[in-house]
Design a protein around this ligand. Structure first.
Ligand SMILES: CC/C=C\C/C=C\C[C@@H](O)/C=C/C=C/C=C\[C@@H](O)CCCC(=O)O
Ligand SMILES: [Zn+2]
Length: 692
């Protein structure tokens, strides 16, 4: 299939009810009061809107209580559609009458570069958010490190911004913003923008020494246009430490030193990314906010202020590659943005590619690139094994589906491997030139898969060898075939020893080793990433042979390496999976503590699934989730409930529609009986362990 046949991007975004091709927002002025008591934002969103002759502005909205709308200062009529029960994730459409349409003879359609011959109107919307807004998590003091004050943070990715503000909630629309946020006097507000607060003196725009007031005001400006999913806010008791002239870390006071230590390389990551792309960092500041443990993602690339999970605080900087990933998004995703979510691989595949180039540079080890790619391949295989076939395609048809349901390692790792394949196709040096040209060509705008392929062809049009290879490249398979791509011949220099040790443990497990002698290799001084590689290899080999490790072998691994005590969340996660699948009762307290002390979906979803699927942990999975549901971010709670519901349906043989629900498993006697039985058996197992 030639590149030209790649399907054209959809003219409308299926995940939005807005109408940017008729009336397009270009700037937001947001004024908000943070009401911790009622868990809501009382806000006013004022938009500059480019309109042609179209008389209506339609915005995405979810759970917003819209109280008043004006157009150019005059009251305007508006209506809110009822959410479609078949597409509840879309929320409602807020339709605003612009009063007979735009200026005379304006362009009937506003083009994607925000140019139009229409006029600009000012639309102001006064509203309140719902306490159940899917983008926000309101934490009681008990869920914070300081235990004194509440905390709120947003997670708008991919289409949850509409629960915080009425907006054109689609990545094709980019707007600048300024904001003023009023918070209690004890609190600090941070946003995905440049703060106008003099953070050095920690003085808000309104002087905190004014005893007559019990609040203070923070002011922000984002002058680089962003898509709505990058609108972000966090408010809590925060401190900061500068780690370079343009980089600062934020967290609650008790953690800020540890956060500054863990992410001390962030300036190096930015410098490396600027070298790889030949494009200076465009966003001014690059700050990092380490959130409370319920944050549902490893990191979120909010411009000027990446959000990260505290599960990266391994104490040895071994998980800082996630920060390199989020920093790389300052180029791929934030500056060059996928036009719709079907093309999400352009955000994430490019970012993983840049992340691995950055880490290779910063580590001074070219072998790191393939070593990380091998680890990513394991993630990709896990996702492909779990997902509906459509979502294993690099460019899936999301149809009316919720992007949250389609999220997996596929756009990250299949996307990375497509770029890796192209780099090997044309040669590393030539591809490095393409990388620089691509980011320069598409900066500040959006791109689709066809746009990418067309530009790749254009870039190599005068290079006969590369051009011929690109034309012959199997685009149809790479872009639209479900399942795993062909595994490349990765350089296994750094992974070989880990894989050999995994083989040795599998031999022990198979009883193939004389006398069952255990592998002698002492790995206590291995870097964490190699221990992770060992565990990935063990998990992969168990999947290939369709049999978990025996309890005896898992116990041997536990006693040899103490992975169950690791401070590195990636190591702990993988060992818990192995141990649960092997029926190791003694690991259950470790698993329960792990999945109830942090809410990162990458860890909690697979562990809840593994527990539910294990003979020993089914009731424990359900009762633990029910008891801790409020700890998790709304998105995470929704996804874990879906996972367990799926498990219940499979368990009871129900079809995909309807049938058993989580609640069907929850009966008081069942929980009480299950927990009592479980507690007894864990105590016995622990007692046995002590006697040994
Ligand atoms: C083909 C999929 C199309 C759209 C999916 C887009 C967003 C899905 C939504 O669930 C948001 C995901 C947010 C991810 C944020 C950061 C990730 O890089 C975290 C990766 C996993 C981790 O490290 O915790
Ligand atoms: Zn990413």
């Amino acid at each position: 299939m030639t590149a030209a046949a790649v399907s054209p991007p959809p003219s409308r975004d299926p995940s939005s009810l807005s109408n940017p091709d008729e009336a397009r927002v270009t700037h937001l002025s947001w004024d908000a009061v943070v009401d911790f008591g009622k868990r809501r934002f009382l806000a006013n969103a004022r938009y500059d809107v480019n309109i042609g002759s179209f008389p209506v502005l339609r915005l995405d909205s979810s759970g917003l209580d819209v109280q008043r709308v004006t157009v150019d200062g005059k009251p305007a009529t508006f209506s809110m559609s009822v959410p479609d029960p078949k597409r509840p994730h879309l929320g409602s459409g807020l339709e605003i009458d612009l009063g007979g349409g735009g200026g005379g003879g304006g362009a009937s359609v506003v083009n994607s570069d925000n140019d139009s011959d229409g006029r600009v109107v000012s639309v102001s919307i006064q509203y309140a958010t719902s306490p159940d807004a899917s983008a926000s998590q309101w934490l009681p003091p008990s869920q914070t490190a300081g235990k004194k004050h509440p905390y709120v943070f947003s997670a708008c990715f991919a289409i949850h911004a509409r629960s915080i503000l009425p907006c054109q909630d689609c990545p094709a629309v980019k707007f600048t913003y300024d904001a003023r946020v009023t918070v209690p006097r004890w609190a600090t507000a941070v946003m995905s923008a440049i703060s106008k607060v003099d953070v050095a003196s920690d003085v808000a725009v309104r002087d905190t020494d004014d005893d007559s007031r019990d609040d203070r005001l923070f002011e922000f400006a984002q002058t680089v246009p962003i898509p709505s999913y990058l609108f972000a806010l966090a408010v809590g008791e925060l401190s900061s430490i500068d780690v370079s002239p343009r980089c600062r870390v934020w967290s609650e006071p008790s953690m800020v030193d540890a956060v500054a230590y863990e992410f001390s390389q962030v300036e190096d990551f930015l410098v490396a990314a600027e070298e790889v792309t030949s494009l200076p960092y465009q966003w001014g500041r690059y700050d990092l906010l380490c959130l409370p443990p319920s944050f549902p993602y490893g990191g979120m690339e909010n411009p000027c202020l990446t959000f990260v999970t505290p599960t990266l605080l391994a104490g040895d900087k071994s998980l800082a590659d996630v920060v390199a990933h989020e920093a790389a998004h300052s180029w791929s995703g934030n500056l060059v943005t996928n036009q719709t979510w079907e093309h999400f691989w352009l955000n994430e595949g490019w970012t993983v590619f840049l992340e691995r180039k950055i880490m290779s540079k910063v580590n001074g080890d070219g072998k790191y690139f393939d070593f990380a790619a091998i680890a990513g391949w394991a993630d990709l295989a896990d996702s492909v094994a779990l997902l509906p076939e459509e979502y294993t395609k690099l460019v899936p048809d999301l149809g009316d589906g919720d992007p949250d349901d389609a999220f997996s390692s596929v756009p990250y790792e299949k996307g990375f491997n497509l770029l890796y394949a192209l780099e090997r196709l044309v040669g590393e040096e030539k591809f490095a030139g393409f990388v620089r040209a691509y980011f320069d060509r598409f900066k500040y705008s959006t791109v689709t898969t066809r746009g990418f392929v067309d530009y790749l062809e254009l870039h190599f049009a005068d290079d006969n060898v590369a051009n011929a290879a690109i034309k012959e490249f199997d685009w149809e398979t790479w872009l639209f075939k479900p399942g795993m791509p062909e595994i490349p011949n990765f350089d296994r220099t750094l992974s070989a020893e880990c894989e050999r040790l995994a083989d040795a443990w599998i031999s022990v497990d198979d009883g193939a080793t004389a006398g069952g002698s255990l592998p002698e290799l002492d790995i206590v001084d291995w870097p964490s990433k190699r221990k992770t590689c060992l565990l990935d290899s063990l998990i992969k080999k168990c999947q290939e042979r369709k049999r978990p490790l025996s309890l005896k072998t898992v116990t041997g691994i536990k006693e040899a390496y103490s992975f169950h005590l690791s401070q590195n969340s990636e190591i702990l996660f993988r060992f818990c999976i192995l141990a649960v699948e092997s029926g190791d009762f003694s690991v259950l307290p470790v698993v329960v503590r792990f999945i109830t002390s942090q809410g990162r979906m990458k860890f909690v979803r697979p562990l809840y699934r593994a527990l539910f699927q294990s003979a020993m942990g089914k009731e424990l999975a359900v009762s633990t989730f029910i008891e801790n549901r409020d700890f998790y971010h709304p998105i995470a709670a929704k996804m874990i409930a879906t996972d367990l519901d799926e498990g219940v349906k499979k368990e009871k043989g129900y079809g995909s529609c309807g049938g058993a629900k989580l609640k069907d498993l929850i009966t008081k006697p069942l929980i009480v009986g299950g927990i009592l039985a479980l507690t007894a058996s864990i105590s016995i197992a622990l007692l046995r362990g002590k006697r040994r």
